[in-house]
Write a protein that binds this ligand. Structure first.
Ligand code: AR6
Length: 279
């Protein structure tokens, strides 16, 4: 599969315009359209994305594993493991950054999401997951990465339910973009990269609740809910959107689920039902 440049990754504005993302029937109280040209959703293999950084779903050792971690290490080559082994691991809920070696991105951010069962029992699951998203955004901003793509952290082997994870991830990214203005201004694009259909569906459900189409623009209007102030700010970006014809050139979605691509189901089941320990 060829690599995908940032210009080929559709923004929410473009997805709404092309009816590839449907507005929600009800939006969140604090919903905004302000960031619709800075947020993307794509279902693809994250190792093919030409964003400045990609975010890996790692474990505390940072020494590789299955799932997306395995795919990233395979695609980056052995130098990635060499660099990771100098980092002294990483706490759950946090992240560290490395070079990307043979990957088309410039950097890899290794985030350690929570094992759902264990973290949920301690009431820490969403705090830890959101910590991964916020630390990754901080690291991207500090390291000159203007675009970054997140894998759906913790939703594979670590057993975090897709809908809960998508909502927590979206809230974290929204909160971060609305936070420190100077820092947030350094990030031009945040991509949610899903792989399995269940995760794609979860983002398609929750992104419109938090980031509805701008009313009065070329997006599918949802006049009742999107803030008036947001509209004027986003309008010019949205009018400059990619056409449907260009978007039809987007890469094919994967035809294999990760479990078929070498991610052990037995291991996943263990973390779904009980958090026995880090694999
Ligand atoms: N591109 C994008 N997303 C992918 C890809 C890919 N090539 N492959 C899988 N995913 P997981 P976790 C999705 O299990 O749950 C590792 O062994 C996958 O569908 O990779 O955080 C680590 O070393 C899912 O949505 O990570 C840890 O030990 C998401 O990536 C442990 O797994 C995350 O699934 C971390 O578990």
């Amino acid at each position: 599969m060829a690599t995908t440049p940032l210009s080929q990754i559709p923004t929410l504005s473009q997805l709404y315009q092309n009816n590839q993302l449907q507005p929600a029937s009800e939006t969140h109280t604090n919903a905004t359209s302000r960031f619709n040209s800075r947020i993307s959703l794509i279902r693809t293999d994250i190792t093919k994305l030409e964003t400045d950084a990609i975010v890996n779903a790692a474990n505390e050792s940072l020494l590789g594993g299955g799932g997306v971690d395995g795919a990233i290490h395979r695609a980056a080559g052995p130098q990635l493991l060499d660099e990771c082994s100098t980092l002294d691991g990483c706490d759950t809920g946090s992240a560290k950054i490395t070079n990307a070696y043979r990957l088309p991105s410039k950097k890899v951010i290794h985030a350690v999401g929570p094992v759902y069962g264990r973290a949920k029992r301690e009431g820490m699951h969403s705090t830890l997951l959101q910590g991964c998203y916020m630390t990754s955004l901080d690291l991207a901003a500090e390291n000159g990465c203007k675009s970054l793509a997140f894998s759906a952290l913790s939703t594979g082997i670590y057993g975090y339910p897709s809908r809960e994870a998508a909502e927590a991830a979206i809230q974290a990214v929204k909160g971060w973009l609305e936070g420190d203005e100077e820092k947030a201004g350094k990030i031009e694009r945040v991509v949610f990269c899903s792989f399995m259909e269940k995760d794609q569906r979860a983002y398609e459900e929750f992104l419109p609740i938090y980031f509805p189409p701008a009313s009065g623009s070329q997006e599918n209007a949802d006049p009742a809910e999107s803030g008036a102030a947001a509209v004027s700010e986003t309008q010019k970006d949205e009018n400059a959107s990619t056409s449907a014809a260009q978007l039809s050139d987007l890469p094919d979605v994967p035809t294999q689920e990760p479990s078929e691509a070498g991610q052990p189901e037995a291991k996943k089941a263990k973390f779904d039902h009980d958090a026995g320990g880090d694999p």
